[in-house]
Design a protein around this ligand. Structure first.
Ligand code: FES
Ligand SMILES: [Fe+2]
Length: 431
């Protein structure tokens, strides 16, 4: 695989090599400030993002219920790399580069589907087994140069029902340490025993970094009236003395709800302590169990459970929302009654795919146990609002008049994302 190899043929940048070009861009960023406009538009930096960020880090691509049966596959484009995930008949999940070892055609050409015992390239009908080995080539026998050919594998890791892939030859080794910390938080939500209630792809006309930055702060959450029904608007360090009388009353209400919720989490044996490792390591991640407002049950308009069948062995619906974020491309909300996963993949410097998936208990039936509109409403609306926010940001940062402004305290995670991004590019380019 070439993903971890040095960048090939750096694009000519008026004679400046890519390494130097990226170094100059990183040097131009001011800590504690928004990123310079080039970070969202520059084609050479975008190529570096694909190769060095998306090509070398663990990416969340699907959850296990998206491939429920042996033979199920799903295809993805990670920048220029078409890949596919395949559930084998023994239940294991493998990933391969979706590029035939003959003349390169994509072997699996639909977004998702089912294969038989073997994979057959539709071009000249070369046949591969579930382990990716070439076992046939149409009418003729395998010739000597064909012997031993196999599809190039892609690394796969599973974490409590979430599937991550890494294109690098040597993936970051810190995934297992993250998994060990996260498993006790995630496993009780029993993702392998859920099914997909809905999946929606949204394409944002914005750079992927704007999508992630936007996700890392709720400074803009006044623009989310539906989401705001279930979320308390208190993030990071709160200085009570700086709050208005009205805000202080709301803060006290939040504190009381949080004390109650923590007692409930304790009783249920659910971990809730914040883990914040968003930079200083290749696999940046963060988790936090948030108390919810109102009835405190779920992220719905009435803040009550969307599904009457709770996940796993839960008996209490008021478990708050366990937030989990993994850099560079995913975030999750784990509730008592459903899970929402979000995966982003860059399509171009100014285009980003955001895939949202709602998971409910495998036995839950639409109409009987949940109403699909009620289940999905908050994030359908919130995603639409966020798409507009980041698209307007993309337009604004394209202006020659744009100058990065200072981040505020509640945007601390945006700052951490910037630190991680800079660290990863400097490490990859030895800058
Ligand atoms: S390209 Fe796949 S069989 Fe020829
Ligand atoms: Fe938002």
């Amino acid at each position: 695989m070439s993903a971890a190899a040095p960048l090939r043929d750096p694009p000519p940048l008026h004679g400046v090599p890519l390494r130097e070009h990226v170094g100059l861009l990183l040097d131009s960023r001011r800590r504690g400030y928004a990123l310079p406009g080039a970070f969202f538009r520059d084609e050479a930096l975008f190529a570096a993002d694909l190769e060095l960020i998306f090509g070398r880090h663990w990416l969340f691509v699907a959850s296990e219920p998206e491939l429920p049966e042996g033979g199920d596959y799903r295809t993805y484009d990670i920048g220029p790399y078409p890949i596919f995930l395949l559930r084998r008949d023994d239940g294991s999940i493998v990933a391969f580069h979706n590029t035939c070892r003959h003349r390169g055609t994509r072997i699996l050409q639909q977004p998702a589907g089912v294969v038989g015992a073997n994979l057959v390239c539709p071009y000249h009908r070369w046949v591969y087994d579930e382990a990716g080995r070439l076992i046939g080539c149409g009418a003729s026998e395998l010739s000597a140069p064909m012997m031993g050919l196999r599809l190039k594998p892609v690394h796969v890791k599973r974490l409590a029902g979430l599937i991550f892939v890494c294109l690098a030859t040597d993936p970051p080794e810190d995934f297992d340490a993250m998994a060990a910390q996260m498993e006790p938080y995630l496993a009780p939500h029993a993702v392998p025993r859920t099914r997909v209630a809905k999946q929606i792809d949204l394409i944002e006309q914005a750079n992927w970094k704007l999508t992630i930055e936007n996700n890392r702060e709720c400074f803009h959450c006044a623009g989310h009236p539906e989401l705001s029904r279930s979320l308390f608007d208190f993030f990071g360090e709160i200085h009570e003395e700086s709050l208005s009388a009205e805000e202080r009353a709301a803060y006290q209400c939040f504190q009381t709800a949080r004390q109650d919720a923590m007692a409930g989490w304790q009783r249920a044996g659910l971990p809730w302590q914040l883990i914040e490792k968003l930079h200083g390591r290749p696999t940046g991640f963060r988790t936090d169990r948030l108390v919810l407002n109102g009835a405190g049950e779920s992220m719905t308009l009435d803040t009550r459970s969307a599904s009457s069948r709770l996940l796993g062995k839960f008996t209490d619906a008021r478990l708050g929302s366990l937030h989990f974020h993994v850099q560079p491309n995913a975030w999750f909300h784990f509730l008592a009654d459903h899970v929402v996963t979000f995966a982003t993949l860059p399509l171009a410097a100014g285009r980003t795919l955001v895939r949202t998936t709602w998971l409910v208990d495998a036995e839950a039936q639409e109409g009987r146990d949940y109403d699909l509109d009620n289940l999905t409403r908050i994030w359908v609306e919130t995603n639409r609002q966020d798409a507009t926010l980041v698209e307007e940001a993309q337009r604004g940062v394209a202006s020659p008049a744009y100058e990065p402004g200072p981040l505020v305290a509640s945007e601390f995670m945006v700052g951490m994302f910037h630190s991680w991004y800079e660290e990863r590019l400097r490490a990859a380019l030895d800058l």
